[in-house]
Design a binder for this molecule. Sequence first.
Ligand code: DLL
Length: 440
Amino acid sequence: MRSALKEHKIYDPQMECMNRDELRELQSKRLRETVKLEYENVPLYRARMDAKGVKPEDIRTVEDLRLLPFSEKTDLRDEFPFGLFAAPKSQIVRIQGSSGTTGKPIVAGYTQNDVEIWTEMVARAITAAGGGKEDIIQVAYGYGLFTGGLGAHQGATKIGAMVLPMSSGNTQRQVLMMKELGVTMLCCTPSYATFLGETIREMGIKPEELKLKSGCFGAEPWSEEMRAKLEELLGIDACDIYGLTEIAGPGVAFECLEKKGMHVNEDHVIVEIIDPVTEEPLPYGEAGELVFTTITKTGMPMLRYRTHDICRLDASECKCGRTHVRMEKISGRTDDMLVISGVNVFPSQIESVLVGLDGVSPHYMLVVDRVKSLDKLEVQVELTEEMFSDTVAEVEKLRDDIKEKIKSVVGINTKIQLVPPKSIPRSEGKAKRIIDKRNI
Ligand code: DLL
């Protein structure tokens, strides 16, 4: 079930619907300024450009981008905390950060200009998902160093909506506030939105009793099947929103109500797709690693930042009228791709099988192990209450079904472990879906 939002609202039509030739011009101009800023203020970029024999004057247009060196998360770790800042500390007004999955934190510094740009990117995203000043927006992303909470908060405030800064957690209270205040939009991770949806049902509240109409969900990969599930659970339009701390936070790209990919805010960033192995840029339409160059940030601008996120770009026209290129849903990360006996497996492929099935909940866990030198993948699938109380024959049929479907999508044999309802831990932020017991 979905609300019938149809009208395409655009926050900044001049920028978001700009003719592409003009956009290219604007990008080139902004790129020149950014490269100069980096070269003059950040020793790491200057050293890398010098090593490649590239001077700021060599970068004239977007086409020259490929002459520039890449940057990576390890650079942020090595230069922690302030080494990549291009502005003096006195001009930095905000620090945000992320711990990532591998321990050492990274931080990003924002000037006043950067906070404003970021705020505007999220304002565009919320507007594209149908938001406006008449809305009551519940922000259930975590507040703090993580960019989700404050990012969504700032964008929602910018459009003049009434903001409910719930942060994550305290799920029953979230539901009560949602109902009592007549919340119309929800911003949180898709996994937490699912959990909220289940809690709403458990509390005996019907989606019709709520005023929710849409949501901006991101910070983790989610499949089309998960979208359908969420829309049905909450009776909303569920739009994807993408971003990362290093580039700004949420809002780097966002879906409009067409839901056919996320418009990249191309007046603020230049997006490329590269082959992760050869590092060569790939044409639109081919899957590869997303790379961003910021062109308006002044605190910590980034040149050719390798995200490790895998997706495709789509330059076809969008019915909403925006001209900015769209990125498809992230299909995985180069680093969360599981290699099981030589076969590449992305959690999103397995999710797309599971979420479309009756009798299972949208919560799952992948457990990888190595037994006698052989990789084994166990997929823990949570049954719904109804299926859990079904006959053994039914449950066994479901297990065989899942195994076969995963085999046909991914190409490998898996062990399917059906687990009781609510036994897989729910997440309030980004879901953790892989346990890799192999020490590799
Ligand atoms: O997750 C920023 C964000 C907050 C985006 C709220 C959207 C909503 P980080 O913690 O730095 O920043 O993590 C960035 O999360 O490289 C992707 O791997 C993943 N990610 C973010 N959004 C999406 C999405 C925030 N919509 C990393 N789909 C990125 C898939 C996403 N993955």
